[in-house]
Design a protein around this ligand. Structure first.
Ligand SMILES: O=C[C@H](O)COP(=O)(O)O
Length: 257
């Protein structure tokens, strides 16, 4: 059985103080021995160590929102995976639609980062998802295929213990529009079949596929109830403990059956 993962992507939000308060509120609610649900927060780079200190030893992990594919050196403004592991960071979000569509990251860029992060021992949350125009022109599966193929090019089957896929339809991110449970399940099914075809049935069965896009307490349970939805990558609602905690609780209740 796949363990739910509920991850909060704080994006370019919070201050040092408000982020620490948010993390403290989560630590207070998430049991230390949290077997049912893996909980992760991904703060902005400048606050990673602060938040890492707050969640240290708790049931909440912390991850980064990006990394660079080169070893430490002359790369102004970038962050090496070696720096992330140095501060105890265990995960990294890669290929987020804001990086693809605002920062113009290509599948080739993302693939280099995926391989470097895997080599560093980080858990990679690889985001894929279609634009509204692509959905309307029936290109959703073609886009997912391109992003999966590009992002995972040259990635060995042995690395899959470290890989999580996040399906995030771009039209549902920060818009209040959510994919219906059926739309989410259909895309997740496609992604799981993709993993089966390109890797193996075992990898398809064990790899977690998260849904992201306007997940809120009032829609979390229904989305997480879908057979192929193994957690959530939460943006806006992860910035308020009173919204994020019920999403974690919904996952915990579902995993308890
Ligand atoms: O990484 C998170 C996603 O972009 C979803 O953001 P959202 O929950 O604000 O729609």
């Amino acid at each position: 059985m796949r363990r739910f993962l509920v991850a909060g992507n704080w994006k370019m939000n919070t201050t040092k103080e408000s982020g620490a308060e948010l993390a403290k509120a989560l630590v207070a609610e998430v049991p230390e021995e949290n077997q049912a649900v893996e909980v992760l927060v991904c703060p902005p780079f400048p606050y990673l160590t602060t938040i890492g200190d707050v969640v240290n030893g708790s049931g909440v992990g912390f991850g980064a929102q990006n990394c660079y594919h080169e070893a430490p050196g002359a790369f102004t403004g970038e962050t090496a995976t070696e720096m992330l592991t140095d501060i105890g960071c265990r995960s990294v979000i890669l290929g987020h639609s804001e990086r693809r569509h605002i920062l113009n990251e290509t599948d080739t860029d993302i693939n280099l980062k995926v391989k470097k992060a895997l080599d560093a021992g980080l858990q990679v949350i690889l985001c894929v998802g279609e634009l509204q125009s692509e959905r309307e022109s029936d290109q959703t599966e073609a886009v997912l295929n391109t992003q999966m193929t590009g992002g995972l090019e040259g990635v060995d089957a042995a690395a899959f213990g470290q890989i999580v896929i996040a399906y995030e339809p771009v039209w549902a991110i920060g818009t209040g529009l959510t994919a219906s449970p059926e739309q989410a399940e259909s895309a997740h099914q496609y992604l799981r079949n993709w993993l089966k075809e390109h890797y193996s049935a075992e990898i398809a069965d064990s790899t977690r596929i998260l849904y992201g896009g306007s997940v809120k307490p009032d829609n979390a349970r229904e989305l997480l109830s879908q057979n192929n939805v193994d957690g959530a990558l939460v943006g806006g609602a992860s910035l308020k403990a009173e919204l994020f905690i019920p999403i974690i609780q919904a996952a915990a209740e579902l995993s308890a059956g």
